[in-house]
Design a protein around this ligand. Sequence first.
Ligand code: TRP
Length: 456
Amino acid sequence: MSEVVKREKWGSKIGFILAAAGSAIGLGNIWKFPYIAGDNGGAAFVFIYLISILVIGLPVLIAEVLIGRTTSLNPVGAFRKLSHGSKFWTAVGGMGVLAGFLILSYYAVVAGWSLGYIVESIKGVFFEFKTPAEAGHYFNSLISNVWWIVGYFALFMALSMFVVIFGVQKGIEKGSKILMPLLFVLMLVLVIRGLTLDGASEGMKFLWYPDWSAVTGETILLALGQAFFTLSLGMGAMLTYGSYMSKSDNIPVSAFEIVTLDTLIALLAGIAIFTAVFATGLRPDSGPGLIFYTLPIVFTKMPGGYIFSILFFILLSIAALTSAISLLEVITAYFVDEKGWSRKKAVLVFGTVTFIIGIPSALSYNVLADVHIFGRNFFDTVDFLSANILLPLGGLLIALFVGYFWKTENALSALKEGAESFFGKYGWFAVYWKIFIKYFAPVLIAIVFLKSIGII
Ligand code: TRP
């Protein structure tokens, strides 16, 4: 079918950059990054995270986009084509599509909390709380309400499906072109608010002056894993977005821009959140509840907090939406390319399937609260399986594929298309990419993976 239906392309270079940055920038930047940094000594973690981005993030991102652009196909078709029909590598692509279902199914649950918190902040409920414990109690009462959690989850899935149905140019690209600038503006507003609070400098110190004593082997693994997740790597999302690129686009420069935007937003989120947390005398290490327990209290204590609380949850929801559409696009591209389905049918059917798969995750905090699989509730099991197992495994296989099966020489000559003058000027970049994709990335990702499954 793929030969019959003309495949869409991005309408512009900036359209691709914003869509890919939209995929990368998400809950990982605004929810996960600040709390992991907060739990792991702040600046020291940030420093290791930045190195991880350069050592595995950028090289693997380039590899994924390149596989997509070279084949103009979804992950399954792309691996099948480049491996000349190898069953093993085709299955690796299939694992990516499967991971897409799993990640989206619980990611959209958390994104639903964010949508719900827009409404809570408009209602002004945060002003009734005095301590993070009270805010936490309120959060727990919301997520134990089946209708609240399933309702917002459904609403968020519907929004994602709405965008993806319109296709690459009219849906994803156009949506990203509106939502991403809005996200940057909202983030800048929150950063300025944070920096102008009395006592903001404590938060800045926490973020920029490393306390190396807080660093352990675990910190390094967390930083590597975070670098991976935040760039949407390991399951073919960037591969799929790359498949809509043209051969005249410059992949290394695009990848560098995406990484820069993603890192910038994570750091800005860190500044906005830690200045506010320290200025109001709260603690940075409250874990995953940081933005749902601690921030609401922060908002009640700062001038203009009512407005800033609403802006914050709108920002978080936008970021989550542009990431969710990239996950849904992987699944959609697979059914459109491989099974000849119409885009509309693929989105409606598999958006609904993803919603159904996500219901046990949504119910993990209420009806199914007592159901545990190896000590984890359903939500945590899906999170662990996808983020800690399928993604690093996928990333490892992608690096090995490019380094040893497709071979870096072949990959490099494909990479040079559209980037001739770039490689003319920065010849060393080819060496960096080759070494990192062939040696550093596989070894480091393998360590993260083996650690995740408890072998080391
Ligand atoms: N990168 C996104 C974030 O930071 C999450 C995400 C979207 C993702 N698509 C992905 C993660 C694909 C891994 C793989 O929130």
